[in-house]
Design a protein around this ligand. Structure first.
Ligand code: ADP
Length: 205
């Protein structure tokens, strides 16, 4: 039974909770799911490919897309703009499911826009202490912003209620298995909506 349209799986989490790590494992180990590609105004770095890593656009082009309400969500990081375009995820969903690693605001607006096709998953750390240890142990250079990151994490954790699923990222392999279970179960749910049964009932021997 072929799906007519892919599902948008959204993975959100406060910074340092493991969404990049888990997202990369899922993309490698789950079939028929691709990562959404963001638009950005930042300079292309060496080795990056337009349309693969990002869609690189000018500030003017980005602003036009904002005016046309083309972005599910967009944000400014340092002096560059980043956004997830509805057209690009909709194109990807024609042939597979789409994994979006975006913040809780993006998750909420995607769910609002495509409630039937969006599944939102929120990752939480085992504890604030363990989150602090992971941030300190990560290669991320923003450890000096620890206090601000923790304050933001606390604020974001208050939005956990907006999500369909909450996964505690304690043991990495367990969290990955749980998310895979969500993906597989949701796919079956979607397939149930197909016209297959209707068509079967119309058949005459
Ligand atoms: P995010 O993308 O949410 O900011 P990362 O995926 O970069 O988070 O993870 C932050 C750090 O925590 C990384 O060093 C990563 O290797 C580590 N990490 C992620 N999940 C686990 C886990 N379950 N147990 C231990 N360390 C983890």
């Amino acid at each position: 039974m072929k799906k007519s349209k892919g599902v948008y799986f959204v993975l959100s989490a406060p910074s340092g909770c493991g969404k990049t790590t888990i997202g990369n494992i899922l993309l490698k180990e789950v079939s028929e799911i691709v990562r959404s590609i963001s638009h950005t105004t930042r300079e292309k770095r060496e080795g990056e490919v337009d349309g693969h890593d990002y869609f690189f656009v000018s500030m003017e082009e980005f602003q036009i897309l904002v005016t046309e309400k083309e972005f599910i969500e967009w944000e400014k990081v340092h002096s560059s703009l980043y956004g997830t375009s509805k057209t690009s995820i909709s194109d990807l969903s024609k042939t597979s499911d789409v994994l979006l690693i975006i913040d809780y605001r993006g998750a909420v607006s995607l769910k609002k826009e495509f409630p039937e096709d969006t599944v939102t998953i929120f990752l939480i750390p085992p504890s604030i202490d363990r989150l602090v240890n992971r941030i300190k142990g990560s290669k991320d250079s923003r450890v000096e912003e620890l206090e601000i990151r923790l304050e933001t994490a606390r604020m974001e954790l208050q939005h956990a209620d907006d999500f369909d699923y909450i996964i505690e990222n304690d043991i990495l392999e367990k969290a990955v298995e749980e998310i895979k279970a969500i993906i597989y179960a949701e796919r079956l749910k979607r397939n149930r909506k197909e016209k297959k049964i209707q068509d079967m009932l119309k058949e005459r021997l």
